[in-house]
Design a protein around this ligand. Structure first.
Ligand code: G4P
Length: 528
């Protein structure tokens, strides 16, 4: 075994959360351009277009092929490696998105300056909050007419219950946009005179708002307004506090334009300076520290490969500790199976073939035939189980009806497989023979039907069910028994045999939960 270097290379492993159209693809592209990982605008954009296609199986298929390689994008700047984990771009929500967020140490929240916080931003934010994932906010599209900075900042503070710390301030917006003022570094960044995107732009360092260089650079109106607004902002909002940010209580806010390269360099600098290095991962019996010698990681995503006939899968492992080397043998905690990782996909290497090792914060793609499941812990040390990968309460429940009843066995296998990949959740009701699938977004149902047919040759129909949501329930045997007497019709087991109560809606859940205070109803279930 080679000696471990005294210092492990540092990483920033993060995701971008946003509502569709806020500019995630554009920003991703700019981050990769700045980091030298791609060389021309348009490379990520093309993927974005494919990703947004819906209801077309071929396109979903193509997109899955592409996303194996684009699931993790890596770039470097100032000697630091950034791992950007992609979250699917379609409007529908999938558990995949949620789970990806369990594999990051921080997130960038992109908001459209004209629209403010939108539905999906809020949902993704809630997932980050569950795990106290620190968030840097990027208010995008300041080159277009947008809302007042104060209105945007107040909305973030009020709706997300976060302290906001503006780090820069737009000097006008839209047609009146004259640049960005860096509140900390006291610099003015101006757009290129010809209106083109210009990487680091034209930067003037000033000694303060009364510096004559500022007055010479922007209009008198803009300067008066900037002075007034930043004064108000200084009094009204929190100053940046790295501790509060890392606890997820405060978000530094950058105004910018991904399209015009404004604020992008500052955003990367902020990630480098403030975003946390790989954090210790909660685990049983003890947390896994990135400095532990043993290699430990967990699977947060399983993706079927392009060739559906071979059922090849790539399991994505987030490395939490140790120094991973190609060819290592890791043990799947729980089953005790040894997994030899001969041909890992090491995303962080620009030259794929030369990548031989990975460090905490890196993502490793492990090709396998369905042995690895989302939530699995792999280690070469003492068995430990990384916790915190939740199953989420579904928002749509459908009964699965088989057209050919002799295919029951194939259907069960298919549902279990697809549940393993996180495409669906599957519930086996205590009464009745029809199985139920649960999803959080419609797209997951479309993918399910297509894949049942194409990969498993199972012709199935999804039918309405009396329920639309479910909660995992727990309690003493006696309490559960008396609960079951009255509610057996709504009881089911998930694929790990955990008890689930299916209900018509959240109102019914609340009503029933109120009548059985001794029983715990939870919207998420952590895999043991
Ligand atoms: P998404 O991945 O979050 O869905 O958003 P995406 O980057 O695809 O951006 C959505 C639209 O917003 C695109 O326009 C994109 O060009 C535009 N956009 C992104 N950032 C900025 C910005 O800083 N300023 C301005 N003015 N526009 C921005 P589109 O018309 O849908 O696509 P395209 O025809 O321009 O490619």
């Amino acid at each position: 075994m080679d000696a471990r270097p005294s210092t492990r290379p540092d990483r920033r492993t993060f995701a971008i959360i946003s509502h569709p159209d806020a500019g995630k693809t554009t920003l991703t592209e700019k981050l990769l351009l700045f980091g030298g990982a791609i060389h021309a605008a348009g490379e990520v954009k093309a993927r974005g277009a494919a990703r947004r296609a819906r209801s077309d199986w071929m396109k979903i298929e193509q997109q899955r092929g592409i996303s194996v390689t684009s699931s993790v994008m890596t770039f470097e700047r100032d000697g630091l490696t950034f791992n950007l984990l992609d979250t699917p771009g379609h409007e529908d929500f999938s558990e995949d998105t949620y789970r990806t967020l369990t594999a990051v140490d921080s997130a960038v929240m992109v908001i459209d300056a004209a629209r403010g916080i939108e539905a999906q931003t809020r949902k993704l934010f809630e997932v980050c909050r569950l795990r106290s994932v620190p968030i840097i906010t990027f208010i995008n599209k300041v080159d277009r007419e947008g809302r007042e900075p104060f209105s945007l900042l107040d909305e973030i503070a009020d709706q997300l219950a976060l302290d906001v710390a503006p780090m820069n301030w737009p000097v006008g917006m839209g047609g009146m946009f004259e640049g960005l003022y860096d509140l900390e570094g006291q610099r003015l960044m101006r757009p290129a005179a010809d209106g083109t995107a210009a990487f680091e732009g034209d930067v003037t360092a000033v000694s303060g708002l009364d510096d004559p260089r500022l007055a010479a650079a922007i209009s008198a109106d803009a300067l008066a307004r900037l002075t007034e607004e930043t004064e108000l902002a200084g009094a009204g909002y929190a100053a940046f506090d790295a501790e509060a940010y890392r606890h997820g209580d405060l978000t530094p806010v950058y105004f910018g334009s991904a399209l015009k390269d404004f604020g992008v360099a500052e955003l990367i600098d902020a990630l480098a300076r403030f975003a946390p290095s790989p954090r210790p991962q909660p685990a049983d019996p003890a947390p896994v520290s990135p400095d532990d010698q043993a290699v430990t990681g967990f699977i947060f995503k399983v993706q079927a490969n392009m060739n559906p006939m071979h059922r090849d899968r790539v399991a994505f492992m987030r490395l939490c500790s140790g120094r991973f080397r190609r060819g290592m043998k890791l043990t799947q905690v729980g089953t005790g199976k040894a997994i030899s990782v001969h041909s890992p996909i090491l995303f962080f290497a620009r030259e794929r073939e030369t990548a031989e090792e990975a460090w905490p914060g890196d993502i490793i793609g492990i090709p396998n035939h369905g042995t690895l499941r989302v939530g699995d812990t792999l280690t070469d040390g003492a068995p430990r189980v990384i916790t915190g990968l939740p199953n989420f309460a579904p928002e749509l429940l459908r009964r699965v009806a088989l057209k050919d009843p002799t295919k029951t066995k194939q259907l069960r296998k298919a549902l279990d497989d697809l549940a393993e990949e996180g495409i669906i959740q599957v519930f086996y009701p205590e009464i009745g023979s029809q199985w139920v699938v649960g999803v959080v977004g419609q797209l997951q149902l479309e993918v399910l039907v297509s894949r049942l047919e194409v990969e498993y040759k199972v012709d199935a129909r999804l039918e309405a069910s009396p329920w639309d949501t479910a909660r995992w329930i727990a309690g003493s045997e006696a309490d559960l028994k008396s609960f079951a007497e009255f509610h057996r019709g709504g009881l089911a087991r998930d694929r790990d045999d955990a008890l689930v109560f299916m209900a018509k809606d959240a109102w019914e859940v609340n009503y029933v939960a109120g009548r059985y205070p001794a029983i715990r109803f939870s919207a998420t279930r952590e895999r043991a």
